[in-house]
Design a protein around this ligand. Structure first.
Ligand code: ARG
Ligand code: ZN
Length: 874
């Protein structure tokens, strides 16, 4: 069923309060919902009340205390309609029976290793009870939970606990929770189970004492300390950076093992995938620590951007997600290194969002039509959504942006808002017309900015011609220009930015060119020397920059740009040009051209530059991914050739710089106490990047094994394991066995063991993955396991997933078909790996199409998978 933004209508009825009563039982939980319903102004007397349901079993329904006559309503598993409700406020009481144990879709009320928990975003609440299950229906919730004490000693719901009690014989107990803040149903949550508690507290800026609680499985208490620390830092930061304080007396986080996404911002009761809560040095990598810090912050920040101000409809998803990702990115930038954070965010953006935008699943940041909303929790809505906030801030300036945020919080607190509401605050705060900016939200596709500079030495004039285009995307054949902030500098011969005056052309404010037209020319006067333009500094807009700088100029920027992002970008650009050429040569049956020596020596210079921090040096040394290169090539892609080109370049760099790298590596190989902070993580990232290069040359032998054996933390151990497995080293099998043995009781660590094997660059990998699906540590019911094995293989191993024989496609298709009846969201997400199938060379393209058509023919097929496969084939 297509849902369209243009069709938005408010509901006919409001639901002012919701009283829920859960009688928990694994296979037959009784849910009583008492809804205080009020016809909205203008609703026709007796207009039908149509409530959403999904797979529900109705037990009874009564209105103002009297059972409804059979002819007064119709109920199916997927809806309940009261034909002619009273034209006045009334109470509807609905009793449903649900089976949490059988709920493998992990949406609604389900059980994760015995713990009852909920996931209601986007449309899970309707799997619990009949309701107006949409974000613009805000109600005050009171939740009573009753369960056997032995089964569920802990009973939690949103808000504050107001009553609790135990039966006379002590076997059953209950708790009642009340949330004073009106909220949409997607923010409802309840949890019941036998969990351990980690406690702390926080005093807000205005003096409110907040009880902080993290619930984990027994035995995991000491793995929650980093999450708790991240939570307290997030709470303080939101006060300082955005003036936002917490608003309840208690804030709870529950970690569960079976969860479809990262985490969920339910009011006062966040529920997390345990991957984003639990960490210890032996089992979690630095990436895990930064992931925890970022996701804890993200969900906490939703309390204002998402909960206090929510979305009018699901088309506005980016209103809360893009903004909240922006906020968590800013938090992490302030906590760690801003340039390093920016580079890693742009890497993710390009790999995920640019790739999505370049294929059949492309959609606007604010879509205008959907068939299944769960398929729109995408890199475009989240990551590009965050980029748009950042670009907006760059366009109007930090001060106007801060005033706009204050106005937004002030004006829309308690609302279900739209992107138009949001932008109006910034238009008002900045006094600028932001109507053109809305086009960013409406148009899919990655704009391409072409820049051409010419220097007239005699006139001391530098002319910059800029133009923007955007490729067609599904349903959008033609595009209009968007306002693009191009942060820039003109770098002079000594490496410092030249002082220049812009005299004509596009608006230039400080160091930002406002590119608003399809093409514009900026003329800079008084330019003392031929400059090298450094454009799109700090990646000031989510665009592809096409600038024809010669290699020397890029090497110059790599060595001298004052903008660290563009130093990194210079190396990426040099490598991309070379890798594209090499992949083309290999695909045509030739051999890789030699890697440019000046580039290699520039990398060596960066590596040895002790004025640069370790994390930054690591990033400069890492070549663009196979996915990035494939996207740059764009059509008739041969992933095998790309992998070979990349491998050859890595080996060439390793051979040329073996001594430098070995020296640096050895100097960093002194024992240091593990600390998961930015400095420690950077040091490990650099040393592990060096090890990765050394693994390709004789110097790696011995070092890899020693690295593995002496590791006192997961980051180092995993880096060594990866190097051993990827190079097919003699010690690989032993290391894999050792790793499994060490961590067999830690599923999140075993996930890494799955990832390493699933991403190995070997033609045997698919067989290994198939075999591992039968491993006792693997389970198709757990999304983390599935993503680590099947997801990693299909998304992070392009050469093996896109095997020329099509076996990778067939494996993914069969897996998704098997999973679909149990967990359609997970099945649909895995199938996102087909998003680039049309860019493949004809042989692979034909094989992918066969598999997509095979899936499309399956009956029944979930709306989730039907939607993804349908769009892929369209
Ligand atoms: N709002 C959550 C977050 O970004 C994501 C939940 C999405 N869940 C889903 N089933 N679509 O923090
Ligand atoms: Zn979010």
């Amino acid at each position: 069923q297509a849902v369209r933004l243009a069709d938005y209508q408010p509901t006919l009825y409001a639901i002012e309060t919701v009283d829920l009563d859960f009688l928990l039982s694994p296979h037959a939980t009784l849910v009583t919902a008492r809804l205080a319903i009020v016809p909205r102004d203008g609703t026709d007397a007796g207009a039908p009340l149509v409530l959403d349901g999904d797979g529900l079993t109705l037990v009874s329904v009564s209105l103002d205390g009297r059972p409804l006559a059979a002819e007064a309503f119709t109920a199916t598993p997927d809806g309940l309609t009261v034909a002619t409700p009273p034209a006045r406020p009334f109470t509807l009481e609905i009793v449903t029976e649900i089976d949490p144990e059988a709920n493998l879709a992990l949406s609604g009320l389900y059980r994760s290793r015995g713990t009852y928990c909920t996931q209601c975003e986007a449309e899970g609440f309707r799997r619990i009870t009949y309701f107006l299950d949409r974000p613009d229906v805000l109600s005050i919730y009171t939740t009573r939970i009753e369960a056997p004490v032995a089964e569920a000693p802990i009973l939690l719901a949103n808000g504050n606990q107001i009553v609790s009690g135990t039966s006379a014989d002590g076997t059953r107990h209950f708790a009642v929770w009340h949330d004073p803040y009106p909220k949409p149903s997607y923010l409802f949550a309840m949890v019941a189970g036998d969990l351990a508690l980690v406690r702390d507290d926080f005093v807000t800026a205005s003096g409110r004492e907040v009880d902080l609680r993290i619930y984990v499985e027994h035995g995991n208490e000491d793995r929650a300390t980093y999450a708790m620390d991240a939570l307290k830092r997030s709470m303080r930061w939101d006060e300082e950076a955005f003036g936002r304080e917490y608003d309840l007396d208690i804030f709870m986080i529950v970690a569960v093992s079976d969860f479809n996404m990262g985490a969920m911002e339910n009011k006062g009761l966040n529920i997390f995938n345990d991957k984003y809560v639990l960490a210890a040095p032996e089992t979690a990598t630095d990436q895990d620590y930064t992931g925890i810090e970022g996701v804890i912050a993200h969900e906490y920040f939703h309390n204002w951007t998402g909960n206090r101000i929510t979305c009018r409809d699901w088309f506005q998803l980016c209103l809360k997600e893009g903004l909240t990702v922006f906020r968590d990115q800013e938090f992490s930038s302030d906590q760690r290194s801003r340039p390093v954070k920016r580079i890693s965010d742009v890497r993710t953006l390009r790999a995920q969002q640019f790739t999505e935008d370049a294929g059949p699943l492309a959609h606007p940041v604010r879509p205008e039509i959907y068939h299944e909303i769960n398929n729109f929790y995408t890199a475009t809505v989240y990551e590009k959504g965050a980029e748009l906030i950042r670009a907006l801030k760059t366009l109007i300036g930090a001060d106007a942006f801060a005033r706009g945020m204050d106005l937004y919080f002030d004006r829309h607190d308690g609302d279900a808002a739209t992107i138009e509401d949001f932008l109006a605050c910034f238009a008002e705060a900045s006094g600028s017309d932001l109507a053109p900016f809305l086009m960013w939200y409406r148009q899919a596709g990655t704009p391409r900015v072409t820049a051409r500079g010419t220097y007239d030495a005699e006139a001391r004039r530098f002319t910059l011609d800029l133009a923007q285009t955007c490729p067609p995307t599904p349903g959008q054949p033609t595009k209009l220009p968007v306002p693009i902030p191009v942060r820039f500098g003109l770098v002079g011969p000594n490496g410092a930015d030249l002082d220049v005056t812009a005299v004509s052309g596009a608006t230039v404010k400080d160091d930002v060119i406002h590119l608003t037209e399809a093409s514009q020319t900026v003329v800079f006067e008084g330019v003392a020397a031929r400059p090298v333009p450094s454009l799109l500094r700090a990646f000031s807009a989510p665009v592809v920059l096409d600038i024809d700088l010669p290699l020397e100029d890029r090497l110059f920027l790599l060595g001298h740009d004052s903008d660290p992002f563009n130093r990194w970008e210079a190396a990426q650009a040099i490598a991309t040009v070379a890798l594209k050429a090499a992949a083309a040569a290999i695909a045509a049956g030739g051999t890789s051209p030699e890697t440019d020596r000046s580039f290699v020596s520039a990398l060596g210079t960066v590596a040895a530059d002790e004025t640069l921090d370790h994390a930054f040096r690591a990033l400069v040394l890492q070549l663009p991914s196979e996915t990035d290169i494939a996207r740059e090539i764009g059509s008739d892609v041969d992933p095998t050739a790309i992998a070979a080109a990349r491998r050859n370049m890595r080996r060439a760099i390793a051979e040329a710089l073996a001594d430098t790298f070995a020296g640096l590596y050895d100097r960093l190989s002194t024992a240091e106490p593990f600390r998961p902070d930015a400095a420690g993580a950077g040091r490990r990232a650099f040393r592990n990047t060096l090890l990765d290069y050394l693994s390709l040359v004789p110097a790696g032998a011995g070092r890899m094994e020693r690295h593995y054996d002496t590791a006192d933390n997961m980051t180092d151990r995993l880096a060594a394991l990866t190097a051993l497995v990827f190079t097919g080293a003699a010690g690989a099998e032993a290391a894999l066995a050792d790793f499994y043995d060490r961590f067999k009781d830690h599923p999140l660590a075993i996930d890494k063991w799955f990832v390493v094997q699933a991403t190995a660059p070997s033609d045997d990998t698919l067989d290994t993955v198939r075999r591992l699906t039968g491993h006792p540590a693997f389970a198709f019911t757990n999304p983390n396991r599935v993503r680590s094995l099947v997801g990693a293989f299909s998304m992070a191993n392009p050469a093996q997933f896109n095997r020329p024989d099509g076996a990778g496609y067939a494996f993914l298709a069969s897996t998704a078909i098997d999973l679909d009846p149990r967990n359609p969201q997970l099945a649909a997400r895995l199938l996102g790996a087909f998003r680039s199938w049309r860019t493949m060379e004809p042989g692979r393209r034909a094989k992918a199409e066969v598999e997509l058509r095979r899936i499309a023919a399956v009956r029944p097929l979930s709306p989730d998978v039907t939607d993804i496969v349908g769009r892929c084939l369209a």
